[in-house]
Every structure is written in C-alpha cells, then in structure tokens.
Ligand binder design. Sequence first.
Ligand code: NAP
Length: 242
Amino acid sequence: MKYALVTGGSRGIGRAICVQLAEAGHYIIINYTSNKTEAEKTLALVREKGGDGEIMQFDVANQEQVELVLNAWIDKNVGKTIEILVNNAGIRKDQLLMWMSNEEWYSVLNTGLGGFYNVTRVLIKGMLVKKYGRIVNVVSLSGLKGLPGQTNYSAAKAAVIGATKALSQEVGRRGITANCVAPGFIKTDMTEGIQEKDFKQLIPLARFGTSEEVADAVCFLASDKATYITGQVLSVNGGLYS
Ligand code: NAP
C-alpha cells in the first residue's frame, strides 16, 4: 500500500482517479478546495472499494496554505511518505485574449501551473529520500494544440507539460517518474456547457470520454507497470488530436 494524494479529488476526473487508486490498494488523500460534501462522497466510494483514505482541504493556488496543510500531515505521519502524487486540480475561465481580465488569466495559471509547483515542491522531498515516486499531472489537449478562447488554460497546461519533462530529468535517478495525461473532451462538471453533439463529429471515436477512461491512464502511469516511462504525455482524447 502506498500513500497517494489526488488534488481536486472531490469531483469528475479526480474522483475516478481516487476510486481506481483505492482499487489498486493505495491509501487515498482526497484534496478539495470548497466542496467538502463531494470530497466526502469520494471518500465513501473509496471505502466501498475496500480502501481507505482521508479528505484534505487546501487551495492548490495558495502556497502558504498548501505548505501548512501538507507539512502538518507529514509531521503527524512520521515514517509515512506520499509516494504517488496526481496533480489534477484545474479550472478554466475561457475568454478571448483581447477581453481577458487579470483575474481570468492569473486564477487559471495560479491553479493549473501554480498548483503543480506548490504541491510537488513539498512532496518531492519525501520521494527523493524514499528513492521512489510517481507524479502524474493531468493536463489537456488544449496545452498541446492550443484552443481559441483558452490562452490562459492552454498556457497553464503547456507549462505543466514543460515542467514535467524537466522534472523527470531531475529526479529519474532517484526512482521517481513524472508524466502527464492529456484528456480531450471528458464528461464532467467542467464541460457541462459543451454539447457532445456539436463536437463528436470532430472526434474519431465519435463521443466524449469518461472520467474512468482518464483514470485508467493515470493509474497505469502511477503503477509499477510504468517503471520505464517518464517525461511523457499520454493523450486520452478519442483520437481528436495529439
Ligand atoms: P471538475 O469536474 O470541474 O473538478 C475540478 C476539481 O478540481 C474539483 O475536485 C475541485 O474541487 C478541484 N479544484 C478546483 N480548483 C481547485 C483549487 N484551487 N485547489 C484545489 N482543488 C481545486 O474538473 P474535471 O473535468 O474533473 O477536471 C480535472 C482535471 O482535468 C483538470 O486539471 C482539468 O483541467 C483537466 N481536464 C479536463 C477535461 C474535461 O473535458 N473535463 C479535459 C482536459 C483536461 P471542489 O470540488 O472543491 O471545487
């Protein structure tokens, strides 16, 4: 059993990742920012699978909060190391660049890119000591291709891809892998306003994906079946673009 932290584990893709990591036998730390009820639902699903875990509130964009909460967990759990980290928390606030507000730009960057930095920087130390770690960052097709109306989101996700490739080379010798999973259109709260019928003709597999299909890829990269894979981006997008 390993300790796994999933940021944004309260809903959508993060929830499916929590459930599948629990099925793989890990202890799951379910991070959320505001939705405690949904985080508790994820924990209940984890327990239904015979696993265990806990919920953990922090805003990934708030460095002080991240450090306070994670260091408190580390201090309280002497001898335990969070060896699996899934940086999944993300938001989108679509807007054409010419109309983009500072709030729309920085909140998306601070959550997607800042969240990766804030959380990974704390947990990488334990992994380096343990000489083992699995870091999986949930990025997006938008960070590979760029999508109009998403300069903020595309920038955040592309930056995480670059950071993952760099980090994988820093920590590989210590048995730590760092990879990305890049979903296309997945049915979650994030895509609520996007109609599947309007986009499915663009997708070779002719449908939106599910959170579980993304979780399958994340859990593979987080497992010991992916020991020789690092610095990669695995697209889960129905063949849309990669
Ligand atoms: P979602 O249903 O909107 O869920 C977002 C999750 O992130 C929630 O658990 C939310 O917590 C958490 N979160 C948001 N801001 C946070 C913050 N500042 N600190 C901590 N947690 C925060 O989104 P999703 O569709 O599952 O997306 C998950 C990831 O996949 C994101 O990185 C997203 O960019 C990426 N992605 C999604 C799609 C898609 O089509 N859905 C496509 C490509 C990539 P609360 O419940 O507390 O709000």
